[in-house]
Design a protein around this ligand. Structure first.
Ligand code: SF4
Length: 253
């Protein structure tokens, strides 16, 4: 079972961590988030503040058995870039990061750090679908341009650590056309992997995950396009598999 833990910071703010049974600890980079992705609990109340690298380390130390850290919880890491970079450099454990590429110029810097993986959340084939799900992110064309530029300077080993995240949401980005457009762009980065995520439905949200059958179709379609596709593992698909749940309870109840 996943272990969801609320961590109270010195000023009384609470963030949360999720420990997955396979040894990955998911931590937060901010208290709240300005990105307001409509399917996510963490952005519902806006941004309160960015966390310091020490506060990220404090979260990492709550689970002595963690083998690796992922900064994929509450917050957009590029909105708090300097502290996230400091944390990556000071962490005794390997660190991966999930980002919406909110600042494309900082994405290139992030890709050049000694990270253990950068997952870029795209969630749309067309600009329109991307805008619906990640409304405050730059246009997909800007994000792909930033990745392309960084790609020229990266080793094959580094490129293999990059993930392109796609979260299929019913009626928004799950059509053949959307998936086809996404596949075309993903094919530009053949060493990367595509991470097919599963939506953890949030209270009062109109967004629903696609059916298991449709998910399989999308998975197979992307594979047939030659992409290295991975599904979210079963632990991340559990009710407590996504960050934002405790945050939502404490601040919205
Ligand atoms: S999905 Fe990530 S970037 Fe979007 S609101 Fe949630 S925490 Fe922020």
């Amino acid at each position: 079972m996943n272990r969801l833990t609320a961590v109270t910071l010195q000023d009384g703010l609470t963030v949360e961590t999720v420990m997955y049974p396979y040894g990955t600890l998911c931590i937060s980079s901010q208290a709240g988030c300005r990105m307001a992705c409509p399917f996510c609990a963490s952005g519902r109340k806006g941004l309160v503040r960015g966390l310091t690298a020490e506060e990220m380390l404090e979260q990492a130390q709550t689970e002595p058995k963690a083998k690796r850290i992922t900064v994929s919880g509450i917050g957009e890491p590029l909105d708090n870039y300097e502290e996230v970079e400091r944390f990556i450099r000071m962490s005794p454990l390997p660190v991966s990061v999930t980002t919406t590429a909110s600042h494309p110029e900082l994405l290139a810097k992030l890709l050049s750090l000694p990270h253990n993986g950068v997952m870029i959340s795209l969630h749309g084939g067309s600009e329109e679908a991307h805008k619906k799900l990640v409304p405050k992110a730059p246009a997909l064309s800007e994000i792909y341009a930033a990745i392309s530029e960084a790609w020229k300077h990266m080793s094959v080993r580094s490129k293999k650590k990059i993930g392109l995240n796609y979260l299929p949401v019913e009626g928004i980005n799950d059509s053949d056309e959307e998936i086809g457009l996404f596949a075309e762009n993903a094919q530009r980065f053949p060493e990367s992997s595509v991470h097919l995520l599963t939506l953890n439905k949030v209270q009062n949200s109109p967004f629903s995950p696609v059916s298991n059958e449709r998910r399989e179709e999308i998975f197979n379609f992307l594979r047939e396009k030659g992409l290295n596709v991975r599904r979210a593992n079963s632990f991340r698909r559990q009710e407590k598999g996504g960050c934002g749940t405790l945050w939502l309870k404490k601040y919205l109840d």
